[in-house]
Write a protein that binds this ligand. Structure first.
Ligand SMILES: *[C@@H]1O[C@H](CO)[C@@H](O)[C@H](O)[C@H]1NC(C)=O
Length: 571
């Protein structure tokens, strides 16, 4: 069941310049991190010896064992050291990033990165956490390479059993509902609710891939549309409320969306479009940002917002529905958005990008509309809630029947269509089930109003919320450590198999590894982002950007030269 895949057509090919560059960076990071750990060890050791001498000299209070005191003493010490390391550095030298008078400097030579390369002890100590994150991130990617590009791990094949898929999903939901329910103060469609929503959709989406469950294809399309809807909804709410259009925040988001995928592309020699969710969300996030950040002073006027939303519809119509325009705009960016499945070579390299982005081209605008209407809807629901019992029941009955009727009509006339016909009308109909899913949360909101006032509390499944936070990492990671593609640009049609012959046990083991790694990728990406992309110091942002570009340039030259040298030696 899990064996018997012919392995002769798997070939990673010789190392590319990008892979060599990443390897070089990884080795450098390991070396620097080890220096930092060693310095830290030496320093806390020296401190400990000092304290030790101190305690021995001082009288030990009666009734307290010496051991415990030492324990407390050293714990405090370690904290003090790391606090100092993270903070100001040694009193003799100015703190990192500032000159002698304490003003921030933007000189390259004063950056922590440069000083680490120069093996400056204070810089190494203060960058220890970031270095550790870089090494951890690199190690996970190295594992991706080993699992997905070498012969070490034999891939298994997929088999679909509806029973198994449903069993896993229902058991997980039972556990999530039984053991991870969280009570929290909530508003309609609050972040906890959307994260939980993302979480259970992601689980079904991943199981669909794992078991190749073709029969739920149409439902999966709706889930993907729901993520894009949330991109519109969440980002519109955020920018509308905070008017935080700073470049710092913008680049932080770009980092979050693209850092991991960039390194996956380099290390595994893949196209950006293999992970089509990333370019799609990046583009639509930029479009939501653009809609609100252009002429921001008009955002206060409702009419202007409607005008902007209208402009978004028009833009999408021109740039997607007129296929010629789409192709001429994107052809120069073929290196970024082109894709060919190695199993089906030839054909239109732009097709994947056009197809994927077209499916959900309008739904983010609907997300913006929902976010904009949100306070009004909430008020309306509260008004319904305040009606006298008779009218309230009637109004709700009408609303719920309407929902059910439309939902059923959609199911009957749209959902049941075969894949190709379904895809044709998906862009114009996906808002219906999404409104329905949001409607379930509306019911939750009613429930909260009815039963739990005045605390205004509601429940959500923490487990799904926890999974919902890392949808991006589980989406990207699945290609290389849960499923396997086994060749550059390949679709993940195999399974990572560590226990051949035991499909269910194997599923449990590889899933545990996969989910833990996804969380670590999320955490390390975020740590590195905090170390590199400042939220509100644009000059520092520019400096760091230029430095990263320089480092990338040097690394690329190194990789290129190594590859050329290898070729010459082979001749
Ligand atoms: C904006 O959209 C991106 C992509 O879906 C998402 O990761 C991010 O959390 C959104 N931002 C907000 C504030 O909701």
């Amino acid at each position: 069941m899990t064996d018997g895949v012919p392995t002769d057509d798997f070939s990673a090919g010789p190392l590319t310049a990008g892979q060599v560059a990443c390897l070089g960076a990884y080795i450098t990071a390991i070396a620097l991190w080890m220096c930092a750990e060693w310095l830290n060890y030496k320093r806390s050791h020296a401190k400990k010896a000092q304290t030790h001498a101190h305690t021995e000299a001082a009288a030990v209070p009666e009734g307290k064992p010496l051991l415990e005191m030492n324990g407390v003493g050293s714990a405090v010490d370690v904290e003090a050291t790391s606090g100092e390391a993270a903070g100001a550095g040694m009193p003799s030298s100015p703190p990192p990033g500032t000159d002698a008078s304490g003003k921030p400097t933007y000189a390259w030579a004063s950056s922590a990165f440069y000083r680490c390369l120069m093996l400056d002890g204070d810089a190494l100590l203060s960058s220890r956490e970031a270095l550790r994150s870089a090494v951890e991130f690199g190690t996970i990617l190295a594992w991706f390479y080993v699992a997905d590009r070498t012969q070490l791990i034999a891939p298994g094949t997929k088999t679909y059993t509806r029973d198994v898929l449903l069993f896993i999903f229902l058991v997980l939901t039972a556990v999530a509902g039984g053991y991870s329910l969280k009570q929290h103060r909530t508003l309609l469609l609050h972040r906890t609710q959307t994260e939980e929503w993302k979480g259970w959709m992601q689980v079904l989406f991943l199981l669909y891939h794992y078991y190749n469950a073709k029969e739920i294809y149409n439902a999966i399309r709706v889930f993907i549309a729901a993520y894009v809807w949330m991109t519109g909804f969440g980002n519109f709410s955020y920018y509308y409320r905070t008017a935080d259009f700073g470049v710092g925040r913008f680049f932080q988001m770009m980092w979050r969306l693209n850092f991991l995928v960039l390194f996956c592309c380099l290390v595994l020699n893949n196209s950006y479009m293999l992970y089509y969710i990333c370019p799609m969300h990046t583009l639509f996030t930029i479009m939501v940002y653009g809609a609100l950040a252009v002429f921001p002073k008009y955002n206060k006027s409702d009419a202007a917002i409607w005008l902007k939303i209208g402009a978004c519809f028009l833009t999408v119509f021109v740039f997607w529905d007129l296929k010629m325009v789409f192709y001429s705009v994107w052809t120069p960016f073929m290196f970024l958005v082109g894709y060919t499945d190695p199993r089906r070579p030839g054909g239109d390299k732009m097709y994947e990008w056009f197809f994927r982005s077209s499916l959900d081209r309008y739904i983010w605008i609907y997300g913006m509309i929902c976010a904009f209407m949100h306070p009004k809807v909430e008020k309306f629901l509260q008004a319904v809630d305040g009606m006298e019992a008779h009218r309230r029941r009637a109004t709700r009955a009408v609303l719920i029947s309407l929902f059910c009727a439309v939902g059923y009509a959609w199911y009957h006339f749209v959902y049941l269509l075969p894949k190709v016909e379904y895809n044709r009308i998906h862009p114009y109909t996906s808002w219906i089930p999404i409104t329905g899913e949001a409607g379930i949360l509306v019911v939750d909101f009613f429930f909260m109003l009815r039963n739990l006032t005045p605390q205004m509390r509601s429940f959500s499944m923490g487990l799904y919320g926890w999974l919902g936070c890392v949808t991006l990492e589980t989406y990207i990671g699945q290609f290389h450590t849960w499923l396997l593609s086994k060749r550059p640009d390949g679709q993940p049609i195999y399974l990572l198999t560590l226990l051949p012959g035991y499909p269910l046990l194997n599923f449990a083991v590889v899933t545990a590894i996969y989910v833990v790694l996804s969380h670590r990728l999320f955490q390390t990406t975020s740590n590195l982002k905090d170390a590199v992309v400042p939220h509100d110091d644009n000059r520092l942002l520019l400096r760091n950007g230029l430095m990263m570009a320089a480092v990338a340039g040097v690394a690329a030259c190194f990789g290129f030269l190594m590859v050329e040298a290898r070729k010459m030696l082979m001749l």
